[in-house]
Write a protein that binds this ligand. Structure first.
Ligand code: 76R
Length: 248
């Protein structure tokens, strides 16, 4: 058996994709719509105060294209809290005007491929901060789930640790050349959801997503072993732009 990678886990993540039921929304009375909107703002306010207390984080984006209209990305200490968030949303008035499109359950993950031998990673402040990140307020988000291939000829999980480490080093070097342009959060989802990882990227210039993902396609770990699910790309929503999206 190959040596398993050791992973560190932080906050749990829920990517909750919703669409607006425009037929129901447009048919509703103004008072009903305003009540639903103010209920939604109240929920967002609660989630923001959790973030201020550093007990979790929220990213809210409008998805471009027909896969969904909105994504709420929540980070919390426990799966119970994530479940409570989705239930609270589902009970709220705005939920009658939304449809569930997709969701992804995972946990913030760092692996030991790049770790220094003999150093306890939990004692490194940047590492513990990366496990419980306050999500960036960048202009754009990109999310997609992925696997590492497990086929007879190309099986990531049967490679010796040394080979995987070398490939991950090359991967990390490409990633680092996007420092300051793209922020990535890798969440592990083996045992939680249909793919092995969720990849969430944040950038102010959306073109940098394309450049980074494309460059990685030529790197062995992605070229040979990467399998990718659907891609979602979106624009940041402030409270004001969310209200504008709904009110028109
Ligand atoms: O965490 C670190 O900074 C150390 C180096 C590193 C690891 C261990 C790293 C750096 N990644 C790691 C692990 Mn990554 N990453 C992806 C994708 O589209 C594709 O081809 C792949 C999707 C992107 C865009 C990306 C970006 N990374 C992983 C893992 C877990 C693998 C495992 O355990 O087998 C996956 C699935 C994955 C996928 N990676 C970086 C980036 C970027 C931008 C960096 C540099 C981060 C920085 O230095 O700040």
């Amino acid at each position: 058996m190959s040596e398993a990678a050791q992973t560190l886990e932080g906050w749990y993540a829920l990517h909750d994709f919703r669409s607006i039921d425009w037929t129901a929304w447009n048919a509703a009375a103004t008072a009903e719509r305003e009540e639903a909107l103010s209920g939604l703002m109240e929920l967002i306010g609660q989630w923001e105060s959790v973030e201020e207390r550093k007990e979790g984080s929220l990213a809210l984006y409008a998805i471009v294209g027909q896969k969904a209209d909105l994504v709420f990305m929540h980070l919390r200490e426990t799966l119970e809290e994530l479940n409570a968030i989705e239930n609270e949303f589902n009970r709220s008035a705005i939920a009658q005007f939304t449809k569930k499109e997709y969701s992804y359950v995972s946990v913030v993950e760092l692996s030991n491929y790049m770790g220094q031998p003999g150093v306890d990673p939990m004692q490194v402040p940047e590492i513990s901060a990366r496990l419980k990140p306050i999500l960036p307020k960048s202009g754009h988000i990109c999310f997609y789930p992925m696997n590492k291939r497990r086929q007879l000829t190309d099986n990531w999980y049967m490679l010796p640790m040394e080979d995987r480490r070398n490939m991950m080093r090359s991967h990390g070097m490409i990633g680092r050349s996007y420092a300051g342009k793209v922020k990535q959060i890798i969440t592990g989802s083996v045992g939680f959801d249909d793919w092995e990882w969720g990849v969430t990227l944040f950038a102010d210039d959306a073109l940098q997503f394309k450049k980074l993902v494309y460059e990685m396609r030529f790197d062995e770990v992605s070229a040979r072993y990467g399998e990718f699910g659907p891609f979602y790309v979106g624009n940041r929503l402030s409270r004001e732009s969310l209200a504008e999206l709904l009110r028109g």
